[in-house]
Write a protein that binds this ligand. Structure first.
Ligand code: FES
Length: 423
């Protein structure tokens, strides 16, 4: 599963009433964007998956009735956008029922999928049920790298699914998570999207949470690689103007400003995890010191308005002096709490991506390591364009597998299984 991206954030902001994310108002009007993570199960094993690394400890799932109640409550509060995600949401055989009810309630419904399980019959049933939008993920434009990064043989299947989506009259919306391995191929990824008739391509530079956090050293590109890739994106963007929109999700470690994560904690987004835990973002589950409420015990309204979890980082009272004294905080809402925790160990810290953060050196050190790795691989040998069996071991990447997740749950140091792609 990919995290809600800049495009989704922008879409939600565009539909939000003026001032919805205002810091002056401690409790915003409504969770405009509801993201329903229907299941943590997934046939893919992506190294950058944003699901929690301990997902194996949280495999229970809400019933159909529970989800329908959540949708009704969310819509009654004013939610307008509903994302159906996972794991792989197509693994839920009640997906059509959920979509039909969400449609009746008046949601704009987006399915965020790897495409695995989307047959012609199912796509047509989902269309009939009222699904508005499908976002299909690819890992690369080549079969070798696509299959390597997900550790599954899925590239050919995804191509078939793309054709099915097109034939059903959906807008073709592709998403590709970008990192050191596929940035050199960004031009080919754009050409692949073009050949598929995509109207929209999101090139989502990796954000380092979940499995991507564990694999950061292997995935992080150098600054030079990013600059080169962005130039290529710009030239294709100009060439394809009016035909295909390309979104380049900013690689935030390299940005001069922090991102307004989730448009502010508890301002617009509510994520419901498969087991019913309500979260202000897709990563918050790993933050210590929280008792996140569950929709099986509390209403959406009380969770949104009254829970400590959703109130903790609203407004400005929690902010460090660095953020409080900065003119940017009404725009960036203090940045990302999960990033602050992962990098500095404190969720209250100034987002370390900010140049004013006392911890900015931690980001600069990670960039320096990525730059050094890129220059040593350039002098040693040309960048491999194709998957080489066993490369995962050499790269030290941790694939999203149930076995690895269980190991992380048990936190046995050094016991992680470094998965290799299927032979
Ligand atoms: Fe959790 Fe940014 S991802 S606050």
């Amino acid at each position: 599963m990919n995290a809600p991206t800049e495009a989704q954030t922008l879409a939600a902001l565009q539909t939000a009433p003026a001032g919805a994310a205002s810091l002056a108002r401690p409790v915003p009007g409504a969770p405009m964007w509801l993201l329903a993570e229907l299941t943590y199960k997934c046939p893919l094993h992506c190294v950058f998956c944003s699901n929690p690394t301990d997902y194996a400890a949280h495999m229970s799932e809400l019933s159909t009735e529970d989800w329908l109640r959540v949708f009704r409550e969310g819509r009654a509060m004013g939610a307008v956008q509903l994302g159906l995600s996972g794991g792989e949401p197509l693994l839920r055989d009640d997906l059509e029922v959920l979509v039909a009810e969400a449609r009746k309630l008046g949601f704009y419904i987006n399915l965020i999928t790897s495409g695995i399980g989307l047959t012609e019959k199912r796509a047509s049933a989902l269309k009939e049920a009222g699904l508005d939008h499908i976002q299909l993920s690819f890992q690369d434009s080549t079969k070798e790298l696509n299959d390597f990064l997900s550790s599954t043989r899925t590239f050919d299947l995804k191509n078939k699914v793309a054709a099915i989506i097109k034939s059903q009259g959906y807008p073709m919306v592709l998403n590709c998570v970008m990192h050191r391995y596929n940035l050199p191929q960004v031009g080919r990824i754009i050409e692949m999207a073009e050949s598929m008739g995509a109207e929209f391509l999101e090139l989502a530079n990796t954000q380092y949470y979940g499995w991507a956090w564990h694999n950061r050293a292997a995935l992080m590109p150098s600054h030079a690689e990013l600059i080169e890739a962005e130039k290529i994106v710009d030239s294709h963007r100009a060439r394809l103007a009016g035909r295909m929109k390309i979104l380049w999700v900013s690689p935030d470690y390299y940005d001069a400003k922090v991102k307004p994560c989730m448009a502010g904690w508890g301002s617009l987004f509510m994520v419901i995890a498969p087991d019913g835990l309500a979260l202000p973002c897709h990563s918050a589950r790993m933050l210590p010191g929280f008792d996140f409420p569950n929709v099986t015990e509390h209403s959406i309204a009380s969770i949104w308005r009254d829970s400590d979890a959703f109130n903790r980082y609203r407004g400005t009272s929690w902010m460090s002096e660095t953020c409080l004294s900065c003119d940017e905080h009404p725009k960036d809402f203090g940045g990302c709490r999960c990033q602050a925790f992962l990098v500095t160990g404190s969720a209250e810290a100034t987002d370390p991506v900010c140049p004013k953060s006392p911890d900015r050196h931690l980001i600069d050190e990670a960039i320096a390591v990525a730059d050094a790795a890129a220059s040593s691989s350039l002098t040693a040998q040309p960048q491999p364009l194709r998957f080489v069996a066993g490369a995962a071991k050499g790269g030290g990447m941790l694939f999203r597998t149930d076995a690895n997740s269980r190991t992380l749950v048990d936190a046995v140091p050094g016991a992680l299984e470094i998965a290799t792609p299927h032979a």
